[in-house]
Write a protein that binds this ligand. Structure first.
Ligand SMILES: NC(=O)c1ccc[n+]([C@@H]2O[C@H](COP(=O)([O-])OP(=O)(O)OC[C@H]3O[C@@H](n4cnc5c(N)ncnc54)[C@H](OP(=O)(O)O)[C@@H]3O)[C@@H](O)[C@H]2O)c1
Length: 270
């Protein structure tokens, strides 16, 4: 499988590094990246072919991975418009719909939308995927293989749900950092050193997430199990409920989904 990345930034670097680690031949990978320093870094680190602009060699591939910022996408794709011959195109850009990307490319391609998240940078990402009906099982397997290089994957069957995926797991790491920060600050206020509070908060998140993943029980059941009547955890959860924390999280995720849809509308304009 020959893969060309359009954009050689953080995400492309994480994907190429992950593919190489999985034994994927770098001889099949090319990167189009206008920034000379980034090209040098990619060529030195991975031995991939890098080009400053889309050329015939770059389009000689089975899969095109679009890894530029959403605002740069339309301009980045202009040199490829009308030049495709059925390639599988995987966009990892937030806030761009497949119909708009397909229009900018001038058709003759099969399209997949992917929404990875920042932990992908250390191989611990979760990527939401959507493909339209023209993408068959074999092509879906190829996409999964690429995204598995940076973590796990999950397909959704309606493109509108990609706004929800963006709101839950795309933006999700920031919510987790927000909670860790608050937990850490509370620990410091109650007398711990910053270092101790940081370690306790992060390890608690890691351990609880691992426990939830390993358990067959719903997270609500796990929560109830550590909440004895009249105990310390019950006191904290009652205070959270009184402050409407769960409702506020729901509102926040909804706001993110609405903003995702709005960005698609704005960025997809011609
Ligand atoms: N990082 C994440 O955690 C994350 C998570 C989910 C989704 N994403 C999505 O992944 C995409 C890439 O994100 P990123 O973090 O990798 O961004 P990034 O580090 O800024 O990488 C984008 C790269 O594309 C290059 N570029 C700009 N114009 C180009 C053109 N015309 N042709 C080819 N390359 C061009 C940029 O070069 P210059 O620096 O010279 O402009 C830059 O190196 C974004 O759409 C983002 O929404 C990222």
């Amino acid at each position: 499988m020959k893969i060309t990345f359009i954009g050689g930034g953080n995400m492309a670097t994480a994907l190429i590094g992950g593919l190489k680690k999985q034994g994927f031949s770098v001889a099949g990978i090319q990167v189009v990246e206008p920034f000379a320093e980034a090209r040098e870094r990619l060529a030195d680190s991975f031995g991939v072919r890098c080009a400053p602009a889309i050329d015939a060699a770059a389009l000689n591939c089975e899969v095109l991975v679009l890894a530029v910022k959403p605002q740069q996408m339309k301009a980045a794709l202009a040199p490829a418009a009308g030049q495709l011959s059925g390639q599988l195109v995987v966009s990892i850009a937030a806030g761009l719909r497949l119909a708009d990307i397909g229009r900018w490319l001038g058709g003759n391609c099969r399209l997949v939308r992917a929404m990875p998240n920042t932990p992908a940078l250390i191989g611990a990402g979760i990527t939401g995927l959507y493909a339209d009906a023209t993408v068959d099982r074999e092509a879906r397997d190829a996409v999964e293989k690429i995204l598995h290089a940076v973590g796990r994957t999950l397909w959704v069957d309606d493109e509108a749900l990609m706004d929800t995926v963006t709101a839950v797991s795309g933006s999700g790491p920031a919510y987790v950092f927000y909670f860790i920060e608050a937990l850490q600050n509370a620990g410091v206020e109650l007398g711990l050193s910053a270092e101790a509070a940081r370690m306790l908060a992060i390890e608690t998140f890691l351990g609880a997430a691992r426990l939830a993943e390993a358990s067959e029980e719903a997270v609500g059941v796990l929560r109830e199990r550590v909440t004895s009547k009249g105990g310390t955890t019950a006191a904290a959860l009652a205070a959270f409920e009184a402050e409407g924390i769960a409702a506020a999280i729901g509102k926040g995720v909804t706001a993110a989904a609405l903003r995702g849809r709005e960005l698609c509308d704005i960025l997809g304009q011609d």
